[in-house]
Every structure is written in C-alpha cells, then in structure tokens.
Design a protein around this ligand. Sequence first.
Ligand code: GDP
Ligand code: ZN
Length: 310
Amino acid sequence: MTQMIEGQVVAAFGRRLEVRDASGAIHSARPFGRQLDAVCGDYVRCEADAAHGQLNAVEVHSRRTGLFRSNSRGRAELLLANLDLLLVVVAPLPRCDPFILDRYLSAAHSAEIDALIVINKADLDGLAALQESLATFSTLGYAVLTCSALTETGCHNLLSSLAGRSGALVGQSGVGKSSLVARLSPDAAVLTGELDRKDTGRHTTTAARMYDTAGGGRLMDSPGVRDFAPSIRHLDSADLGFREVAAASPDCRFADCRHMSEPDCAVRGAVDRGAMDPRRYESYRRLRRLQDELWTAQTPSTRRTPGRPR
Ligand code: GDP
Ligand code: ZN
C-alpha cells in the first residue's frame, strides 16, 4: 500500500472519502479521528494504516473558501470546500422567490465565493418577465446567464464560466439543477444515483461528489447541496453580504451601523433616494432580524449594541 498521499477529496459519503491524487488516481480513505472534518473539495494528506489495511486522511490543508449550511438542528455545517463559483439557478417555473436568491448571493459574498445567476428553462414562456425582474441584480454587477437544460441553449456559456474553476449549482427545488448537472458533466449521470440523501447518522456530513465538466471545470454536487439553507452565522456581520449595503455603509454616521433604525444611515439614505432597491433592503432587514434572533437565542450576553461613533 502507498505510504503517503496528497490529494483532493472528490467524494465524501460521511466517513468514507475518495481522494484524487495529482496523477488522477482515486484512493479510498477515512478521516482519522473524530475531529478531522473533511468535505468534498478539501485538500488532504493521507497516510497508510497498515494494521487496518486502509488509508487515513490525517490532515486537511487550509481552505481557500468554505460554504456552510444551516443543518436540521440549526447548526452551521461545512458543506463544500475550495469552491470558486456559486451558480444560483432560477426559472420561469417554479416562480422565482427573490428572497431565496438574495440569501444565496449573500452567502457567496460573505464566503468570498463568486456568484452568478443562471436563468434556466429559457424555452418556457415567462422568460422575458423573469429577466426583467432580475434587472436589479445585473445593476449590482452580478452576471446573469440564460440557458435551457432541455434544449441545451446557452449551456456552453455555463461551461465557459466554469472553465478552470470549481462550481456548485444551487436554488429552489424544481428549477432544473439536476438536469443541468447531467448536461454539463458526462460523468454525473452515471454517478449521481449513489448520492441520494445518504447523510444519516450523527457524525456524517452531506454526501457530495465532484464531477469534471466538459469545458475543463468542476462541479460539486449532491442532493443536500442543491437547495441548502445558507448558515446565517457565516454572513459578514457588517453588511450580511449585500453588495450595495457594503458600498454605502462607509458613509453611515456610526462605524458599526446595522442599517436598521440608526440615525444618519447611508444605506437607508440610498433607499430613500431610490439608489437601492427597496425589495433588497427589505430582504436585508429580514435577514438581520433572523441573525438577531439567532444571537439572542444562543449568546444573549455577547450581543453588541450599536452607537460607537466613527
Ligand atoms: P432540480 O430540483 O432543481 O434538480 O430540478 P430538476 O432537474 O429535477 O428539474 C425539474 C423539472 O424541470 C424536471 O421535470 C425537468 O425535466 C424540468 N426541466 C429541467 N430543465 C428544464 C428546461 O430547461 N426546460 C424545461 N422546459 N424543463 C426543464
Ligand atoms: Zn447604516
């Protein structure tokens, strides 16, 4: 058995990992000890455990990025590591919930992962209305790509945006994420069956697998990733990952302004002047209240009070 292997986790099913080394060979490994938490996308060092005839992943190298979800018990749980691009999928049907879109975009912004909006099902009526309703996001600088997993229109644009990068498709159920994964990666159709919600047990993380895409990129995917609820705890506390809030906030009177009811708030000023979309601001407020509830429930004494002057 090989003594030592460096590689990337390309599949994680709870405590079972598949690690791809630099030559492309795949090795089975197990995380060593309870503390070692390796997820899909992680770079790990593995050592042979001759006594048990297996490879142990003994070290996880530092992560470029980490995407966290809120699990069924409300705890933050690492979902994917070293992700470069979050592709947030919407469609004319099911009807797009812009608040869900905001949540994914703010999670990506806070995690320093690029995000792009994918309008799927371009073959359906209602495309133009959806494109129009997403104009705010283009103004904010988000790229919006239009495609159809059914007719394959526009899928080459998705492949180019993934070239040389690792991405994941997320969004509401039914928008066509699994169909897109199957379109973008020749391997995915063959391998997805094994991933169907296997994450049972206390110490297991969501099963996920990384696929090579036809255009020289990677997709990380699993049923648990596709419509995950982003962890509110991991949102950037100053702006909750809202780009326009981040841009306006240096002009707020207080350095730690929460942009809720503080005086001389530049973010509210931007909304009043028509420079920030009121719907986005309402979405920001919802998320802020959710975050407050979370902190109050868990750490009542450490809640900070605003009012520190610049
Ligand atoms: P997911 O829940 O986001 O993974 O969505 P699925 O990939 O399971 O797709 C949901 C439904 O939408 C299925 O019936 C697909 O056949 C259909 N679908 C997916 N992509 C397209 C598309 O581009 N156009 C149309 N018309 N239907 C699509
Ligand atoms: Zn403010």
